[in-house]
Ligand binder design. Sequence first.
Ligand SMILES: Nc1ncnc2c1ncn2[C@@H]1O[C@H](COP(=O)(O)OP(=O)(O)OP(=O)(O)O)[C@@H](O)[C@H]1O
Ligand SMILES: [Mg+2]
Length: 280
Amino acid sequence: MDANNYECSIDFNKITDLVKIGTGTYGVVFKAVYDNRTIAIKKFNAYGEMKNVERELRNLKDVKHANILLMIGDSWSDSLYSLVEFADGGSLDCFLHNPPLTEYTLNHIVNWTLHAFEAVAYLHSSSDPLVHGDLKPSNMLLTDHRRVLKISDFGSVRTEATTNTNIRTTAPYMAPEIAGDQLPSPASDVFSCSVILWEMLSRKRPYDDIKSSWEILSLVEKGKHLDLKEITMEYPEELELLITEGWNVNPSSRPNIISFVTVLRSYFNEQKLFDADLSI
Ligand SMILES: Nc1ncnc2c1ncn2[C@@H]1O[C@H](COP(=O)(O)OP(=O)(O)OP(=O)(O)O)[C@@H](O)[C@H]1O
Ligand SMILES: [Mg+2]
């Protein structure tokens, strides 16, 4: 198997050693072995027109970036399966919130967000911009002793395959205009990035005390944003400004993702983080 070549309709019998590792909106994720290599494989819930999901997956096969999880191929058995690179550090969501909690510093955050936001900037940069549409810590996976972060689960595969039963986990990251039925856009991705930065800096789940997704969405729509006082860590002032502009209710008032990358990149260079050991 060539790491750069997406394989359509892989023989399911060649995928072995399946062990369930997670459940999400679309279905179940397993760790497995294919072609002598450990992979992750997602089984889509049989919902709607699975041929559309297959087509959307294949549409994304040429998206290549060091910080986007590599898509290996697809396979049919009792349902549609998508094979992707396995991330041995698990999701950022697990790392941030599931015990045992490991300490991390602003340097780790700068490194992880640079990886994530550069990948988002890559998606937004094409002439017909691709939108992630579901940025949240469970769609950010860690590898290489958690030095490297890669984003996953983007594009319209999500809209084709979701049943919306999992909206509570997505609502805190959702820009108000999306709740108002507008299509995801680069500006709605930026909204999600601001919330994720707040979550990494505070190590708190956004709107954790609010149980209904409807209530979160209506608060956000009224301009009630997360509280910066929940962040006890020191961090650059320019970043604070970007976070607050990024979760502006008005999408056209939000900065673009490049502004985040620029601030993070200059901090990374000033602190000489290229020489730092950021494994954890
Ligand atoms: N490529 C992967 N490598 C390692 N672990 C993975 C991989 N993909 C997913 N996981 C694990 O499986 C879990 C479930 O993933 P899944 O994408 O199905 O759900 P989710 O990200 O929580 O929500 P959503 O369905 O909205 O994306 C993740 O939270 C992560 O812990
Ligand atoms: Mg996911």
